[in-house]
Design a protein around this ligand. Structure first.
Ligand SMILES: C[S@@+](CC[C@H](N)C(=O)[O-])C[C@H]1O[C@@H](n2cnc3c(N)ncnc32)[C@H](O)[C@@H]1O
Length: 236
């Protein structure tokens, strides 16, 4: 899913305020666990949140499913443990004061059982008093029919990248067909990817947390009104 675009991911999302997001996230976690010192970012991608979060948490770790995304993260975060793994099955053999799963990464799970399994895996990596933060994909009632098209383009010193997307809904699934055009000093490159994300309902998120023994609150997330952020604290 991100195999063809990992090398331009940071460029395409350079408009995003990762530093501000990390600051808000650290405050949200510390409000609920003032002594939190360790953090695991599940579906960490290229590690930009972790790069900022390690200013607030002395002990940070990441997990992601896609090796090319982790390669970018490893170059950014020397010395930070980064593990290839699926959020439904990973086991790091230790616990953290906070676990995060950001930027709608759970949307890539194909069904409600996968969501519950992933939330259970994340919860099992939390210490008592630990904080779980999960950013959902678009709520089903906020998906706009008949889907749409969108373009994004960014330029860095020796690379320019454009991405056009065609998105549509099929039941609970959203299908995002991506086409990339990348220019470097050496020439042009094209690539395509199809991303399939699930429109989980609020009830499905809450059921997944309940199955892990957690009772989430919904707070405003960084991606606007269409997507919710679920936050829960493990009982002491
Ligand atoms: C939209 S990106 C978000 C990356 C990063 N969290 C960020 O905010 O930039 C979604 C990420 O989820 C990862 N991902 C998708 N399915 C996954 C799974 N089952 N287990 C672990 N990571 C997964 C992808 O590889 C990708 O890095």
């Amino acid at each position: 899913m991100f195999e063809r675009s990992a090398h331009i991911y940071d460029l395409l999302y350079s408009f995003k305020d990762y530093e501000g997001e990390a600051r808000d996230l650290a405050a949200l976690i510390r409000d609920r666990n003032p002594a939190a010192g360790s953090l695991l970012d599940v579906a960490c991608g290229t590690g930009v949140h972790l790069a900022h979060l390690r200013e607030s948490f002395s002990d940070v770790t990441g997990v992601d499913l896609v090796e090319p995304m982790l390669e970018v993260a490893r170059a950014r975060l020397p010395g930070v443990p980064l593990t290839l793994g699926d959020m439904r099955t990973f086991e790091l053999g230790r616990r953290f004061d906070a676990v995060t799963c950001l930027f709608s990464s759970v949307g890539y799970l194909p069904g409600a059982d996968d969501l519950a399994t992933a939330i259970e895996r994340m919860a099992s990596h939390l210490n008592p008093g630990g904080v779980l933060v999960v950013d959902g994909w678009i709520r089903p009632d906020r998906w706009r029919e008949p889907g749409g098209v969108h373009a994004l383009a960014e330029t860095a010193s020796e690379m320019a990248a454009a991405r056009v997307v065609r998105s549509r809904r099929d039941g609970a699934m959203t299908i995002l067909e991506m086409r990339y055009l990348i220019a470097t000093l050496d020439g042009f490159e094209t690539a395509s990817e199809t991303h399939v994300l699930t429109l989980f309902t609020d009830e499905e998120y809450r059921t997944a947390f309940d199955r892990a023994g957690l009772h989430p609150e919904v707070v405003p997330g960084p991606m606007g009104d269409d997507r919710d952020r679920y936050v829960a604290v493990v009982p002491e």
